[in-house]
Design a protein around this ligand. Structure first.
Ligand SMILES: NC(=O)c1ccc[n+]([C@@H]2O[C@H](COP(=O)([O-])OP(=O)(O)OC[C@H]3O[C@@H](n4cnc5c(N)ncnc54)[C@H](O)[C@@H]3O)[C@@H](O)[C@H]2O)c1
Length: 316
């Protein structure tokens, strides 16, 4: 592959680029270091990629770039660049979501309609489902997002479908379910929980703790994403989940075991836009992408704990 990875300096994008290069592919990585979280973290995410002969990084904003030139010669587009997170997508924050999740995606799809690629993989989200889909969530459930972020991810999926049907862009949509592991974004729950546990600080938990998530370790997410480059049916949507439904309270027990100390848990009201439960039916991904998650929550949280412990030693 001559792959383009957008959002390459981010949590998942940086792991994906490493995996693609490890498999012998060439990667053009682009990122504009949005201020959603610190640039220094994103630069650190890129550290093992920089200088690699199969990796070329360009700092560009997809909104301000000649995308036709960017995709020229590219065989596979892995489009991960986005404004992530549910909580900041309300109020005026929404503008960044429409720009980065919709306008940028439409521009890239338009470029790929003119300069054919072999695959266009779009990183979507379990957030598109909302609270009405039956569990486990199947790709054919009616999506009804409960956050503005989810609305933009769903609208971008629809753009992918539109450009597939009208212009033949060979799109595969992946719905990621709560991804975690080393380099996880600092706004995400496990990052906050583990760091507070390491530092002996209070852990703020939104809601009653009985809400559930299908947590997916980042290497499993990446395996499914790489597989979608060569397997699966174009025009299809695939759930990518970790294979189990775990409550936040149960996950906190594993966090306590990782930290080796009791946690100081402080409850906060449930946040607008947070889904109650997520749980993926991954049978389609298993059948078409050969995807089976391999990392248990205990193993995965230990890996993230180790990464954060090392970061805390360097940067207490
Ligand atoms: N992390 C999860 O649990 C999760 C779950 C579901 C879906 N996703 C999706 O996966 C993708 C990656 O998420 P992540 O957690 O790695 O987020 P992240 O914020 O760590 O990475 C996204 C990267 O995209 C870059 N970016 C944003 N807009 C850009 C633009 N216009 N031009 C160039 N670069 C731009 C940002 O600077 C950032 O480095 C996103 O599309 C997100 O919606 C993530």
């Amino acid at each position: 592959m001559n792959a383009l990875v957008t959002g390459v300096a981010g949590f998942i994008g940086s792991h994906l680029a490493e995996a693609l290069i490890g498999d012998g592919h060439k990667v053009i990585g682009v990122d504009c270091f949005t201020d959603y979280y610190e640039r220094s973290r994103k630069e650190a995410n890129l550290s093992s990629l920089m200088g690699h002969s199969s990796f070329k990084f360009t700092e560009i904003d997809l909104m301000e770039t000649d995308l036709a030139t960017l995709v020229a010669g590219v065989t596979h587009v892995f489009h991960l660049a986005a404004q992530p997170g549910v909580r900041h997508s309300w109020k005026r924050g929404f503008r960044a979501y429409t720009a980065r999740n919709l306008d940028a995606t439409q521009g890239l799809l338009e470029a790929c309609a003119e300069q054919p690629v072999e695959r266009f993989i779009y990183a979507s989200s379990s957030s598109v489902y909302g609270d009405h889909a039956a569990l486990p969530m199947r790709e054919d459930a009616s999506p009804l997002p409960v956050s503005p972020y989810g609305v933009t991810k769903l609208a971008a999926e629809l753009l992918c479908r539109l450009y597939h049907e009208t212009s033949g862009v060979p799109v595969v949509v992946l719905r990621y379910f709560t991804v975690y592991g080393p380099r996880q974004r600092p706004d995400m729950a496990f990052h906050r929980f583990l760091l507070a546990a390491i530092r002996g600080k209070p852990i703020y938990v939104y809601g009653d703790g009985r809400q559930t998530r299908d947590f997916t370790f980042v290497s499993d997410t990446v395996t499914a994403t790489v597989a979608a480059g060569t397997h699966g049916t174009v025009g299809r949507i695939y759930n990518v989940g970790g294979g189990s439904q775990v409550s936040v309270s149960d996950a906190l027990e594993i966090v306590a075991a990782c930290a080796g100390r009791p946690l100081d848990i402080q409850r906060k009201p449930c946040q607008r836009g947070d889904m109650r439960d997520t749980y993926a039916d991954t049978s389609l991904a298993q059948r078409d992408l050969g995807f089976t998650p391999t990392i248990s929550l205990t193993e995965g949280l230990r890996a993230e704990h180790e990464w954060l412990s090392q970061l805390s030693t360097v940067n207490p």
